[in-house]
Design a protein around this ligand. Structure first.
Ligand code: CAA
Length: 258
């Protein structure tokens, strides 16, 4: 498939998707989301890919859903097409790890897309926000739900009710992003993280991701039970034998499944 609204690059075992509508600060229109879904599908199906990065430009990760595209939609339009979430949820169903590398604006659907990834590495110029309230609506792709789980009720209410932006330092303090790095280092640091994940045992990485995500969907006791079962299951893999033998032999592990 050829892409117009995104750039797709494969660097060894890392797949990089760059949102690319600079004229609209990477506003997420339906074409871009269709292309993003196709690119994620392709990387998911590609056995050679161990980690995916989604990024934007230095000025904007994405300034939200495309307001110009949605402004004249009626209730029946959005209801019938199950507007936004039906298409956007693909990233959340990816079994391989997905890192969001965020510089500049991550607003509305842009912030929501970043939160659908497994973790966010932010440049020091990043700004996060859910300004939908200023448009007479509310976040529609998980903003009221995921943001609340990441930063807690007080900050989520503050962000969603006032529509104010949070800078990178506040986002890190609040638990929204895992690290903040200088803008110039954003892609180097994110590539390093992605490469190091892609070099590990693929089943261990995918099961680890699944287990952490389970903690959002279940009770602590059920989550612990799930973790124990999948932890046990990894002892059936050649990579567990290799990883532990390599440690004992004081040599780097050569995982088979990656
Ligand atoms: N949709 C469509 N176009 C957008 C856009 C968006 N979300 N955000 C920016 N653009 C366009 C602007 O219209 C402008 O285009 P023109 O040059 O053709 O006028 C271009 O991108 C550059 O934007 P600005 O001139 O506004 O740039 P700025 O630096 O002055 O301001 C900004 C930057 C503060 C991010 C401002 O663009 C802005 O507030 N954007 C809208 C943010 C927003 O409300 N996002 C939420 C969208 S709703 C949503 O996402 C629903 C959901 O939950 C899924």
């Amino acid at each position: 498939m050829s892409y117009e609204a995104i750039l797709v690059v494969r660097e060894d075992a890392v797949g990089i998707i760059t949102l690319n509508r600079p004229q609209a600060l990477n506003a997420l229109n339906s074409q871009l989301m269709d292309e993003l879904t196709a690119a994620v599908d392709a990387f998911e199906a590609d056995d050679g890919i161990g980690c995916i990065i989604i990024t934007g430009s230095e000025k904007a990760f994405a300034a939200g859903a495309d307001i110009k595209e949605m402004k004249s939609k009626s209730y029946m339009d959005v209801y019938k097409e199950d507007f936004i979430t039906a298409k956007w949820e693909r990233v959340t169903r990816t079994r391989k790890p997905v890192i969001a590398a965020v510089a500049g604006f991550a607003l509305g659907g842009g912030c929501e897309l970043a939160m659908m990834c497994d973790f966010i590495i932010a440049a020091d110029n990043a700004k996060f926000g859910q300004p939908e309230i200023k448009l007479g609506v509310i976040p529609g792709a998980g903003g009221t739900q995921r943001l609340t789980r990441f930063v807690g009720k007080a900050k989520a209410m503050d962000m969603c009710l006032t529509g104010r932006m949070m800078d990178a330092a506040e986002a890190e303090r609040s638990g929204l992003v895992s690290r903040v790095v200088p803008l110039a280092d954003l892609m180097t640091v994110t590539r390093e993280a992605a490469k190091s994940i892609a070099a590990l045992s693929r089943p261990a990485v995918m099961i680890c991701k699944e287990s952490i995500n389970r903690s959002y969907e279940t009770t602590l006791a059920e989550g612990i039970r799930f973790e124990r079962r999948v932890f046990h299951s990894l002892f059936a893999t050649e990579d567990q034998k290799e990883g532990m033998s390599a440690f004992a032999d004081k040599r780097p592990a050569e995982f088979k499944h990656r």
